[in-house]
Design a protein around this ligand. Structure first.
Ligand code: GLN
Length: 188
């Protein structure tokens, strides 16, 4: 049984907590350095990336998180992938740069702020499908050579991995499908 942290400063952390528990693992809601130090892996949830970055600084978590993401598997979903990117527009502080990607925040426009679509992904056991829920999602504009694209929506990469860092531009915690949480908990 693994201890999976979910950064719980803001955003959609409770659904991730439930997903982890459904898979039989321990979920730790992380608001402090002490809680983070107990976790084998960390999920950075969706929410508002600007607010999360401000709270990270206000709560003096920047250095401890920067160190943690270098050494542990981390999964960022929606706002979470923005925090793990090398570059994103209009942020109050720099993101953690664990994924060599450039993203544009809120890139899908106002009318289609939110949509659900089925996308194929490269699961370890072969190609599978998942339901991807996009909510004011970022778009990945560039991926560096060490980034593996595991799923695309049209031409846009929407699920990427670089070594021990996984990122999705959508919200896997909002469906009952636990493929991605299981993949994250078992990867590397
Ligand atoms: N639009 C948000 C941001 O820029 C992300 C939205 C989400 O996480 N659902 O941070």
């Amino acid at each position: 049984m693994a201890r999976i942290g979910v950064l719980a400063l803001q955003g959609d952390f409770e659904k991730h907590q439930q997903a982890i528990e459904v898979l039989g693992h321990d979920a730790v809601l992380v608001k402090t350095a002490e809680a983070l130090s107990q976790c084998d892996r960390l999920i950075i949830p969706g929410g508002e990336s600007t607010t999360m970055l401000k709270l990270i600084d206000r709560m003096n978590l920047r250095n401890i998180l920067a160190d943690y993401v270098q050494r542990h598997p981390v999964f960022g979903t929606c706002a979470g992938i923005i925090l793990l990117a090398r570059e994103a527009n209009a942020l109050p502080a720099s993101p953690f740069a664990m994924l060599d990607i450039r993203v544009e925040r809120n890139a899908y426009g106002r009318q289609i702020d939110s949509f659900i679509d089925t996308v194929p992904w490269e699961a370890p056991e072969g190609q599978r499908e998942l339901e991807a829920v996009f909510i004011r999602a970022p778009r990945i504009l560039e991926t560096g050579p060490s980034v593996r694209v595991l799923a695309q929506h049209g031409n846009d990469p929407v699920l990427v991995q670089q070594k021990h860092t996984l990122g999705a531009t959508f919200h896997p915690e909002l469906t009952d499908d636990r493929q991605l949480h299981r993949y994250f908990i078992e990867m590397v």
